[in-house]
Design a protein around this ligand. Sequence first.
Ligand SMILES: NC(=O)c1ccc[n+]([C@@H]2O[C@H](COP(=O)([O-])OP(=O)(O)OC[C@H]3O[C@@H](n4cnc5c(N)ncnc54)[C@H](O)[C@@H]3O)[C@@H](O)[C@H]2O)c1
Length: 292
Amino acid sequence: MASVSTVSAILSGHATPDPSDVLSMFALPGRVALVTGGVRGIGLEIALAYAEAGATVYCLDLPAHPSEDFIKVQAHVAALPALSIGILKGAKRRLEYTSCDVTHQKEMWAVVERIAEKEGRIDVCLCNAGVLHAADVLEYPAEDWQKIHDVNINGVLFTAQAAGRQMVKRNTRGSIITVASISGHCTNQGMQWTAYNTSKAAVLQMTRSLACELAPKGIRVNSISPGYVYTGMTKEFLSKNPTLDGKWRAQNPTGRLANPEELRGAALFLASDASSYCNGSDILVDGGHCAW
Ligand SMILES: NC(=O)c1ccc[n+]([C@@H]2O[C@H](COP(=O)([O-])OP(=O)(O)OC[C@H]3O[C@@H](n4cnc5c(N)ncnc54)[C@H](O)[C@@H]3O)[C@@H](O)[C@H]2O)c1
């Protein structure tokens, strides 16, 4: 935990006059983070936020080689000037890419072990990779149902296992964050997403179970539940149905969808010391969708 000028530190005469103190609680200097599904969308946006906060970030995703968009963001991070003040002084910011499939348990364990051996630690893991498929519930093909659950449930578990094993091995007080959804809290009106909704409810419960079992090992586990966000995942549905954007906007009191960067704050909070007493929590970032 970064040293901060708390009220008790001030009253006992141990506070230091550093105006950036409260912000330092959100910094990730020298930390190593993993982000699955990190080649695009919400994953890439949060990976960038973690790198800006001082971390070395490994994005794990399916393509053998990262996309042009990823390479541009990677170059941006590499060009960030070294900070010379405060808690980020001298912090190296780096974005790396590794190809892997979250549904392969042993592959995930091996990939993350290699990263931990190279970097010496794993501090943060965002289990973000996910897939979405629509089908009439009475006709839902077994193989599509299975595919959704392989990625969205098994993949989250295998990623959390891979990171947690390295955190325990290296005695790191780590933070694991799963990406659930409003779809784990309520049913998306008008959408035939039973498999997806079921998988996200499972992620919420898995997060609480992981949090309880891993807390004695010094690892916190929390989830983020986004509302509708403009990414490749939602574009697939929005581009086929021109009235859908308006319908989704009307379903939350804020009256709009989110952009991926609006997930940064919650993701950084949960990764950092700022959330040191959060465990088994879920943060809804949904414009109030579930408040209605
Ligand atoms: N976009 C939204 O409106 C929204 C809302 C709530 C929750 N979410 C969740 O946020 C997460 C990110 O979604 P997004 O909108 O950025 O979607 P996206 O489709 O843009 O990105 C998902 C990424 O996951 C990767 N992926 C899929 N299967 C994988 C596998 N087997 N192994 C490794 N990587 C795999 C994909 O290649 C892709 O890069 C998902 O878990 C999604 O369910 C999204």
